[in-house]
Design a protein around this ligand. Sequence first.
Ligand SMILES: [Zn+2]
Length: 344
Amino acid sequence: MLYRQRVLDLPHGELQTPVLFPVRNLGKRSSDNTPEYVGTIPDLPTAMINARAIRNRDPMWNRLTNGVSLREEMDVPEHTIVYADSGGYDFSQTEPDTTPRETLETQRLFDADIFGTVDIPLSRENRAAENQRRIEQSIELALEASDHHDGDELLLASVHGYDPKTLRNSIQYLESRGDFDGYALGSLVPVRSDYEKVTKLVLAARTATDKHLHVYGLGGLVYQPLLLYLGVDSFDSSAFIRSAGNRNYLLPGFGGEELWNIDDLEYLPCPCPVCGSRTLDDIRDDRDALVRHNLWALAAELRRFRYVAAAGKDIENYLDLRFQGNEVTQRAYRIAKQQVRRLA
Ligand SMILES: [Zn+2]
């Protein structure tokens, strides 16, 4: 079994993994759209932020360089565990406009607990040679970060690759040349609908290192249980915000539901603190409430998995049930199961 639980000792406190890092829009135009959840959802004292987006937002950047702390700026408690990625996703089309040293300085100014290295994502549209160049450039940028890093923060090297061998080689190369606390797998969002491919890539990374493994961008309701099953330690997601924007109500076991066409259901099917006593009409028009509920749905998914493991129940049986309602995800899980069993 690859599922695993650990405790990370980080500058702002201990963190139990596996864990979700909700993506904060801080620094992006829709910055004030992430509602308060740290403290409200006690097992998610976590936030994923984009270091580059914040640096490029002048008013915010000025406040931060003039002594306002990032956590004050975010209006979250001091114990919030912050993962600051480099904003590499913004370099999908362009060359990076930052250096590993500058990114580290920014991440340090934020008092982040986890640092992501500068990276340049792959694209399915790119020629193979271009993607290969990007893979190598990300490796060089990670090694440069390793040279400049000597703090208590976790440094995770961002790695990319569209085949298992490339990923394994990249991680082993970085492991022998650099000093990293773990690895973060990127470029999976563009291939997210190819579950077989994603499963193979995650497994390749998982089996190449015993260190912390993060997966960028795939922490939604469908992927979460798969990633947990594959032994991933952390993941991030903006699915709770994006879904709310599309007026989708996330429901564990069902994915995103369009509840709005239902007329004869008075109360919502979720007992979370947002939905508990609300009627369907209440939440229909309250985007903020919908975002908060969606985040609770992701947290509940994680809690259920933890329960199944803690109670000593058969995780594969649980996932058989969990995925039986949807043909696509059922096939994805079946592929994952075959591959995990082959490892045994
Ligand atoms: Zn709810």
